[in-house]
Design a protein around this ligand. Structure first.
Ligand SMILES: [Zn+2]
Ligand SMILES: [Zn+2]
Length: 129
Protein backbone atom coordinates (compact mmCIF):
# COMPACT_ATOMS: atom_id res chain seq x y z
CA UNK A 1 0.00 0.00 0.00
CA UNK A 2 1.14 3.46 -0.83
CA UNK A 3 0.29 6.43 1.28
CA UNK A 4 0.82 9.90 -0.05
CA UNK A 5 0.38 13.32 1.43
CA UNK A 6 -0.75 15.88 -1.08
CA UNK A 7 -1.14 19.59 -0.94
CA UNK A 8 -4.61 20.90 -1.69
CA UNK A 9 -5.11 24.38 -3.10
CA UNK A 10 -8.35 26.18 -2.27
CA UNK A 11 -9.72 29.08 -4.28
CA UNK A 12 -9.83 32.33 -2.29
CA UNK A 13 -13.13 33.26 -3.90
CA UNK A 14 -15.21 30.14 -4.37
CA UNK A 15 -15.32 26.60 -3.01
CA UNK A 16 -13.15 25.03 -5.68
CA UNK A 17 -10.11 22.98 -4.69
CA UNK A 18 -7.30 21.60 -6.82
CA UNK A 19 -4.07 19.62 -6.49
CA UNK A 20 -2.11 21.58 -9.06
CA UNK A 21 -0.96 24.97 -7.84
CA UNK A 22 -0.51 26.56 -11.27
CA UNK A 23 -3.99 25.43 -12.30
CA UNK A 24 -5.43 27.04 -9.18
CA UNK A 25 -3.56 30.25 -9.90
CA UNK A 26 -5.12 30.32 -13.35
CA UNK A 27 -8.54 29.54 -11.93
CA UNK A 28 -8.37 32.31 -9.31
CA UNK A 29 -7.44 34.86 -11.95
CA UNK A 30 -10.59 34.01 -13.90
CA UNK A 31 -12.87 32.79 -11.09
CA UNK A 32 -16.37 34.24 -11.57
CA UNK A 33 -16.53 34.90 -7.83
CA UNK A 34 -13.52 37.24 -8.08
CA UNK A 35 -14.62 40.77 -9.00
CA UNK A 36 -11.09 41.61 -10.14
CA UNK A 37 -11.05 38.68 -12.51
CA UNK A 38 -9.80 38.62 -16.05
CA UNK A 39 -12.66 37.64 -18.35
CA UNK A 40 -11.71 35.27 -21.12
CA UNK A 41 -15.24 35.30 -22.45
CA UNK A 42 -14.95 39.08 -22.95
CA UNK A 43 -11.68 38.50 -24.79
CA UNK A 44 -13.46 36.09 -27.07
CA UNK A 45 -16.45 38.38 -27.60
CA UNK A 46 -14.30 41.46 -28.04
CA UNK A 47 -15.96 43.10 -25.06
CA UNK A 48 -14.50 45.06 -22.21
CA UNK A 49 -16.26 45.28 -18.87
CA UNK A 50 -15.37 47.15 -15.76
CA UNK A 51 -17.05 44.87 -13.22
CA UNK A 52 -16.18 47.04 -10.24
CA UNK A 53 -17.72 50.08 -11.89
CA UNK A 54 -20.84 48.13 -12.83
CA UNK A 55 -21.19 46.78 -9.31
CA UNK A 56 -20.97 50.31 -7.99
CA UNK A 57 -23.70 51.43 -10.37
CA UNK A 58 -26.03 48.51 -9.68
CA UNK A 59 -25.60 48.65 -5.91
CA UNK A 60 -28.74 50.77 -5.45
CA UNK A 61 -30.92 48.60 -7.67
CA UNK A 62 -29.65 45.24 -6.59
CA UNK A 63 -28.09 45.20 -3.14
CA UNK A 64 -30.56 43.71 -0.71
CA UNK A 65 -33.42 43.78 -3.21
CA UNK A 66 -33.05 40.23 -4.35
CA UNK A 67 -31.82 38.26 -1.41
CA UNK A 68 -31.69 34.89 -3.04
CA UNK A 69 -33.55 34.54 -6.25
CA UNK A 70 -34.37 36.70 -9.22
CA UNK A 71 -36.96 35.42 -11.65
CA UNK A 72 -35.92 36.05 -15.22
CA UNK A 73 -39.54 36.37 -16.36
CA UNK A 74 -40.64 38.78 -13.63
CA UNK A 75 -37.43 40.78 -13.62
CA UNK A 76 -36.54 40.66 -17.28
CA UNK A 77 -36.12 44.43 -17.52
CA UNK A 78 -33.65 44.62 -14.66
CA UNK A 79 -31.85 41.53 -15.88
CA UNK A 80 -31.55 42.84 -19.45
CA UNK A 81 -30.41 46.24 -18.25
CA UNK A 82 -27.52 44.74 -16.35
CA UNK A 83 -26.79 42.18 -19.04
CA UNK A 84 -26.64 44.95 -21.69
CA UNK A 85 -24.33 47.04 -19.52
CA UNK A 86 -22.07 43.99 -19.43
CA UNK A 87 -22.08 43.73 -23.22
CA UNK A 88 -24.14 40.57 -22.73
CA UNK A 89 -21.17 38.56 -21.46
CA UNK A 90 -22.57 35.60 -19.49
CA UNK A 91 -19.40 35.17 -17.40
CA UNK A 92 -19.47 38.82 -16.29
CA UNK A 93 -23.19 38.50 -15.57
CA UNK A 94 -22.47 35.53 -13.35
CA UNK A 95 -19.78 37.53 -11.55
CA UNK A 96 -22.23 40.34 -10.76
CA UNK A 97 -24.89 37.86 -9.66
CA UNK A 98 -22.44 35.99 -7.45
CA UNK A 99 -21.36 39.27 -5.92
CA UNK A 100 -24.93 39.96 -4.83
CA UNK A 101 -25.51 36.26 -4.06
CA UNK A 102 -28.44 36.22 -6.47
CA UNK A 103 -29.53 33.10 -8.29
CA UNK A 104 -31.29 33.86 -11.54
CA UNK A 105 -34.20 31.53 -11.97
CA UNK A 106 -34.76 30.64 -15.62
CA UNK A 107 -31.30 31.65 -16.79
CA UNK A 108 -28.95 28.83 -17.70
CA UNK A 109 -25.37 30.05 -17.46
CA UNK A 110 -23.88 27.12 -19.36
CA UNK A 111 -26.44 27.47 -22.10
CA UNK A 112 -25.75 31.22 -22.37
CA UNK A 113 -22.01 30.52 -22.63
CA UNK A 114 -22.57 27.87 -25.29
CA UNK A 115 -24.69 30.29 -27.29
CA UNK A 116 -21.90 32.86 -27.25
CA UNK A 117 -19.28 30.28 -28.24
CA UNK A 118 -21.48 29.20 -31.14
CA UNK A 119 -22.06 32.72 -32.42
CA UNK A 120 -18.34 33.56 -32.19
CA UNK A 121 -17.58 30.37 -34.10
CA UNK A 122 -20.21 31.24 -36.70
CA UNK A 123 -18.70 34.70 -37.18
CA UNK A 124 -15.25 33.22 -37.63
CA UNK A 125 -16.57 30.73 -40.14
CA UNK A 126 -18.27 33.48 -42.10
CA UNK A 127 -14.94 35.23 -42.31
CA UNK A 128 -13.04 32.16 -43.46
CA UNK A 129 -15.40 31.05 -46.20
ZN1 LIG B 1 -12.89 30.10 -7.62
ZN1 LIG C 1 -16.93 38.98 -19.53
Amino acid sequence: MKEKLKKVYYCDYCKKKMFVKSAMEKHELCCTANINRHCKMCDLMGAENDIKDIIQKTEKTLAGKYTLCMDIEDDKKTFDEIFDTLNRCPACMLTVMRHYKIIVDGWDFREAMQKEFDSVKEEEMAYIF
